[in-house]
Design a protein around this ligand. Sequence first.
Ligand code: VG1
Ligand code: CO
Length: 544
Amino acid sequence: MTICTIKTTPFSDQKPGTSGLRKSVPAFQQPHYLENFVQSIFDSLDGCEGATLVLGGDGRYYNREAIQIILKMAAANGIGCILVGCGGIFSTPAASCVIRQYNALGGIILSASHNPGGPNGDFGVKYNVSNGGPAPEKVTDAIYNRTKAITEYKILEAADINLDRPGSFKMGTMEVEVMDSVVPYVELMQTLFDFDKIKDLLSSGKFRMCMDSLHAVTGPYAHALFEKYLGAPVGTVQNGTPLEDFGGGHPDPNLVYAHDLVEVMFGDNAPDFGAASDGDGDRNMILGRNFFVTPSDSLAVLTANATLVPGYKDGLAGVARSMPTSEAPDRVAAKLGIDCYETPTGWKFFGNLLDAGKATLCGEESFGTGSNHIREKDGLWAVVFWLNILAVKGTSVEEIVRDHWQEYGRNFYSRHDYEEVPSDPANELMELLRSQLQNMPGKSYGNYEVAYSDDFSYTDPIDGSVSQKQGIRIGFTDGSRIIFRLSGTGTKGATLRLYVESYEPDASKHHVETQEALSPLIQLAEEIAHIKKFTGRDKPTVIT
Ligand code: VG1
Ligand code: CO
């Protein structure tokens, strides 16, 4: 078999964002586009000669073609062994699990996560390092620098590998192991949770759940986990077959896009528990009967109840949340006497804290929760964690959350997204805000007095690396916050995210509807940032 060296020229737009390189499928299909990025990964790796890598994706359109190209490039670049998902399938958490179990050098995960798929949808490539987590910024910077200078890539002339059944193959001198990652993933879950107890609950006939995989990657994992191992009736998992275009849907587990599930959980005779996950399986949404759990509250509830679950029975070392995530987990941490870390948006910032044993649970407001069992957020893990708590407590989701508010107070929280707005005015909005930050502290807006205002900068407590300009935050003396960020995962124009939070200790006010409770702050955000003027929109695209 011949190794071909192909001449190429750089693309200027291959800078990885919050979670890898994300572009439209047609962008990835341009000649050499995928190849340039993949070669840049290989060129940036230390010791890829003979190494083991994990490879797979969320099953979206172009997944299979990309896998065949990457296999041939890996073989030409001297990789020793590739563990590839059967059918090309690897959820992000399962990839993280397998990288760790096999001591692989890293993994290439093909996903644009919650972005829509299909021939005109999005595609993505991210590189994870040997701890199983997303590459830290120094690695993504190295890859990006390489993409700007690349002149050639290597690829083996070889036949495609059959991805549809497990087995061992050779491609040149490289070994290819086609594996089903459902089993190692479920086995990991068994080490953390009380499967017998959850099984009693799910097979009792008294408790019903509904899991919506949104036609994305968690389907096979969820069918096995809930219907085979945990005793839930067949049919518990809906939309459980991964489709290349996610059935035309938007594989994002929130109240807007997971509409099938929302209809079930807010309809007549709703089940006790509902959950959904995203395109690549790292996000989760938790619902009770007629009840929505905000992701920030979910992290706080898991933290408060962790010792009920076998894997965390000895307590938590600490907890970490991204900056825009509500401060609900901070209140639990304070009561438990453990540290609560605040990181920039993106799971890569949790890696060092998890590796150093400083944090056990982590979470983001964007429906991401996870722990030190892997180095990615993990949608199904969160679902099983909730089930384990429900099985122990024997109460409902709503009761657990309301009791939680009663004990800790309620952090009202909402995110408003303005998607696909023109980039220039979005950047202007951010610049204008930045220019005002210095003069804000001490200033009053109606009942709100600014306590601090800055563009969030994070110094990693483990390696000292500094990440600047991670979001504009304005904090008020009563504990409320308004935060502005531009998304780093969108592929069209800019997406402005406004995050709003207020704290309510008084239990008699906990029933107020979230948007209503936050409306003075939402108006204030408009007053300060002139969102309507800059985005040309009179309301957000998505409210979560
Ligand atoms: C979004 C979320 C962030 C999450 C990231 C990747 O990033 O806000 O919390 O880590 O997506 O999630 P951004 O830059 O668009 O706000 V996923 O499920 O795409 O791997
Ligand atoms: Co995701």
